[in-house]
Each structure stands twice: as C-alpha cells, then as structure tokens.
Design a protein around this ligand. Sequence first.
Ligand code: HSE
Length: 402
Amino acid sequence: MVKIAVLGYGTVGSGVVEVIERNRELIEKRAGKRLEVKYILDIRDFPGDPYEDRVVHDVDRILEDPEVEVICETMGGVEPAYTFSCRALEAGKSVCTSNKELVAARGAELIALSKEHRCNYLFEASVGGGIPIIRPLNCALTAERVVEIAGILNGTTNYILTRMEKDGADFGTVLGEAQKKGYAERNPEADVEGYDACRKIAILTSLIAGHTVDFREIHTEGITGITPEDFEYARAMDRTIKLLAESREEEDGYLASVVPCMLKKEMPLASVSGVFNAISVRGNTLGESMFYGKGAGKLPTASAVVSDVVDCARHPGEHMTCIWEEEPVHLKPFEERISRFFVRAARAGEAEADAVFGPAEKIRLESLPEEYGFLTEPMTEREFSRRQRKVSGFIGRIRIKD
Ligand code: HSE
C-alpha cells in the first residue's frame, strides 16, 4: 500500500484523485501496490465531495505522518509549494508535480534534495500536460545526444493562432472567445506573452543539457502582435504561424528562444492545431522524434502526475537518476540566432528596402495595396536589427522556420 497526499484540490489535484479512482485496477496492477489518497490539502472545504473527509488545512498533518510516502504537488506557483516540497523531500517523501513555475525555478535543487534523502522529485506533468516527454528524455533517449528540441508548448496560444488562421479574426476577438469558453485564463498574460512556454523550454533544455537553464535568460516573445494580415501573407506563401519554443545545442552553447515563426504547411509542427501541443526532439544518432497530444487540461495533466506516482511505487526507497545539476548552462545571446525573416514594409519605401536587404522573394497581396512582404536571406538577429533600422517603411517581421 502506498499512501498519498494531494496538495491543492483545484483542477489538476481533483483530476489526480479522479484518475486514480477511474483506473484504479490498472494503476495498482502496474504499481504492484494498492494506492490510497490519505490526505488532500486545501484552504477550502469541499462539502459533498466523496473525499471530503480527507481534506485538511494544515500541511504539518501530512508532512509529519510517516505513513505518507508520496506527495502530489498540484498547487502551482513557487510559494508555498517550494517550502512544502523541500519539507516533504527532507522527510523522505517523494514529490510528483505539475508545477512548471517551481520546476523551472528550483528543479536542480529539488532533485538534489530528493537524491540526498533517497526519494524522488518527478515532474512529468510540468511540460506538455499529458504528453510523455520528461520520461522519454530521462529514461528512453539515454543513448542520444539531444541536439535540438522544437515545440508548440502552449495550448492557449496555439488555439488562438489556429482560430486566427481559420477565421481571419483578430487576436483580441479570439482571445475573448477563448476566455468565454474557458480555454484561456482570465489573466492570459503568462500564455499569450510566451512566459508559460518559456518555462517549459527551460525545463526541457535543462534536462538535455544536464545543467540549469535560467528561464529569465531565454528570449521570449508572445503572440499579441500577430495580425490577420500576417496570416494572409503566410497563406500566400503556403505557410502558417506558430509560437515555437526552441532550443539547439551549438558549438559554443545552447540557443533557446520562444518566438512566433512562419513555417511551411508541410512541416509536422504546422499541422498541430487548437489546444494540442507537439514536441520534436532531434538526437544525433536517432534523428527526429515527435511527441504529440493534449498539453493541458485536468485529466491529461493529472494522468501524468499519477504516472509519476506509479514510478515511485515501483521504486520504494530508491532515487531514480535524473541528471539536472545546478551549474548553469551557457546560453548563447539571442542576437546570434540565425534565421530568415519575413518582413512587411510600405511600398513607397521599396527601393530603400531593396538597397538595404538586397534582392528578395516578394509577396504582394491585392487586399493590402499600400504594402508588400519579402523574405530575407539567413542572418543573425543582430544583423537584421541593424538593417531594419535603415528601412523607414518597416511595418513588422516574423522569423522563418526552415
Ligand atoms: N496554460 C497552459 C496552456 C496549460 O495553455 O498550454 C498549462 O501548462
């Protein structure tokens, strides 16, 4: 028997209890043990809930109970989740979490603490919701040098971009509808500004590098500046626009970023629509491998948390290796990132733009007679900014993913 406590009985926490109940027989067979949710920590009471009698308001009841072996931390945010997780690990209790903010901020330290106390800090649900990606990186691709990860790691922004593409609607209108349907948070900043995807690519990069990536150093742009006109151009070039979180190992460090990109429709990531997520992993001997599925939502995310609980049940008293040390990863300056750029500019200044960027593939739309678009040659961000400043009719740019 493994006794569990769930910290935070919100969307994911209640999902953890539901997944255990719904698939109990299978889960227990796979775990090789019975599972019991002994406590649920929340500041609220839940009258009428079947687990009402397990709800406690004092975390000490849980942390001081030697029967509890595994904690599911589904609170979100750095504090008090960090303090509770440290105390649990110091008491030898494994922690399984969906909390990407905490994993991105303190992952290495919490893994080290779990190693010291012969237990585990597991975080399958922190990236890609229900898509298995942490365990494949940690346990399956152990023969690979992973040299690149590119992903659509945020469902809200992918839903918004998909609707903008299909309906020609503007960002604000689609965001409002997504909020009404409950897809987007009432405060959508973390999603639409790319901060959520930034933490997720920081976690993935830390895992492939084995050292800590400071998410604050990752260049991050969101989708608030993307317009229906950008999609018109994309369509004319047989491309679409996606918010891509990317990380690539180069000779002198890792290049990581979260930026909207235009990609050819035939590329696998281009066909990932709506709230779905996808992660492409490139290994030096394997080549490309893709992971696709529901990146958010109560039950998919809870399923990933419970899969970590099963791992803990299978390895009592054992720390499962996860190489992610505190020493920082050298991130290359974003200014050195090389790509082609799609540029929108005023037709009146076309000769000037030609002189600055040289001959280019041009796109003209009947619906936008005052402007045109062109594709640059590959160049660094630094070089692009230098040239862009010389183009007085510059309207906007989106990076090209080739
Ligand atoms: N808000 C996130 C998304 C889900 O829209 O993908 C949790 O990571």
